[in-house]
Ligand binder design. Structure first.
Ligand SMILES: [Zn+2]
Length: 194
């Protein structure tokens, strides 16, 4: 086969015959098949009844590779990576239009449940944002702490207002000493409310 013929085939001017292809393949040391790119698999809708006897109509393609129980769009699985174990993360938009990510854990159903529950809160409480909520809780806790009295402050008050008046000087002194040496070192700075 002349190179002009080959060139014409390459440039799509002529179509090679089967005999030509066989010659070319032999020359190149390949099989004729390899001239043809692997056919793209055409996904043809299988006729719904084709695989089935008349009585049992299947709604799902029997060869379907689709997941049987797909997770909602906002629920994603992550493979194990370094320290982080495999598990599920959810993604949702809060009431203030942020996109929030939240790592749930190894359970898919937990992730789906959590995702629905966040969605419901966004729906039920306009403007709800988990980050904002966390910030407010933190602020409340700090405010309460600021108001709280430490054990030492509380005890001093009690010693002054009560013990000093009700008890003899020696007894009051003993109380003071007990607090000073035993209570304050351990609990002095604890909050009296806790
Ligand atoms: Zn938010």
């Amino acid at each position: 086969m002349g190179f002009v013929t080959v060139s014409r085939i390459e440039n799509d001017h002529i179509s090679p015959t089967v005999a030509m292809l066989e010659k070319l393949a032999r020359a190149l040391g390949i099989s004729v098949r390899e001239f043809f790119p692997p056919a793209r698999r055409i996904k043809r809708r299988r006729p719904e009844v084709a695989m089935v006897d008349e009585n049992t109509q299947r709604t799902r393609d029997p060869w379907s590779t689709k997941k049987k129980d797909p997770a909602p769009r906002g629920v994603h699985r992550f493979d194990r990576r370094g320290e982080r174990p495999a598990g599920w993360q959810i993604l949702f938009t809060c009431g203030q239009h942020h996109r929030h990510k939240e790592w749930i854990g190894p359970g898919k159903s937990d992730a789906i449940k959590a995702w629905h529950s966040r969605k419901n809160r966004v729906h039920d409480e306009p403007g709800w944002c988990p980050r904002e909520e966390q910030r407010q809780l933190e602020a409340t806790r700090r405010a309460r702490e600021a108001q709280a009295v430490t054990v030492r402050q509380y005890a001093e008050q009690w010693l002054t207002a009560h013990v000093a008046h009700e008890y003899r000087e020696r007894t009051a002194e003993q109380y003071r000493s007990t607090f000073k040496h035993h209570v304050y070192p351990a609990f002095g700075e604890c909050l009296s409310g806790s």
